[in-house]
Ligand binder design. Structure first.
Ligand code: HEC
Length: 147
C-alpha cells in the first residue's frame, strides 16, 4: 500500500515537472536555452569549416553528422524566442515582425537541408559553397535581428 502511494507520488512529481508550461520559464532560462541552440550550431559550423577549409581532411561523414546537428538545432530556433524573452542581444523586431523572423529561420533550415541532400554527390568546392549558404543564412538573421 505504502509502496503504491510512494510510486503514485513520485509519478505525480515527474508529471508535474514534465508539464511545466513555457510561461513558467523565466526570460533568463529561455536566454540560456537560446544560447545552447546557437552555440551548438556555431561549433558544428566550425567543424564543417575546418573540413572544407583544409585544416582537417575533407570527411563527408563528419560533415553530415555536423550538418544534422545544425539541422536539429535550427528546428528549435522558433521555440526559443517566445514573447517577453528579450535579452541584451535581441532586437525588438523579432517580435514586431514575426513573419520576417520566421522567414530567416526557414531560410536557415532550407540551406542546411540543401547541404544534406547534395552532400553525397558534391565535391569539396561545392560543399564549401553549400556551407557558405548556411553561413549567410546565419549572418542574414543576425544582421537584422541581433544587436
Ligand atoms: C532566425 C534568426 C537566427 C538564425 C537563423 C541564426 N541565429 Fe544565431 N542568434 C540569433 C539571435 C537573435 C541571437 C541573440 C540571442 C540572445 O543573445 O538572446 C543569436 C545569437 C547567436 C550566437 C551567440 C550565442 C551566445 O549566447 O553567445 C551565436 C554563436 C549564434 N547565434 C550562431 C548562429 C549560427 C552558427 C547560425 C547558423 C547556423 C545562427 N546563429 C542562426 C538569431 C539567429
Amino acid at each position: 500500500m505504502m509502496k503504491a502511494f510512494t510510486r503514485a507520488f513520485v509519478m505525480g512529481v515527474v508529471l508535474v515537472a514534465a508539464s511545466t508550461p513555457l510561461a513558467a520559464k523565466t526570460a533568463e532560462d529561455i536566454s540560456k536555452e537560446r544560447s545552447v541552440v546557437m552555440k551548438k550550431m556555431d561549433s558544428a559550423m566550425n567543424e564543417i569549416s575546418q573540413r572544407v577549409g583544409g585544416l582537417f581532411a575533407f570527411d563527408k561523414k563528419v560533415i553530415r553528422e555536423k550538418a544534422e546537428q545544425i539541422r536539429e538545432a535550427a528546428a528549435r530556433i522558433s521555440t526559443v524566442f517566445p514573447e517577453g524573452s528579450a535579452s541584451s542581444q535581441t532586437l525588438p523586431v523579432i517580435w514586431s515582425e514575426p513573419e520576417e523572423f520566421e522567414n530567416k529561420i526557414q531560410k536557415n533550415i532550407a540551406k542546411v537541408d540543401k547541404l544534406l541532400s547534395e552532400l553525397e554527390s558534391a565535391d569539396k568546392d561545392k560543399v564549401k559553397n553549400l556551407y557558405k549558404g548556411i553561413h549567410f543564412a546565419c549572418t542574414g538573421c543576425h544582421s537584422s535581428f541581433r544587436k
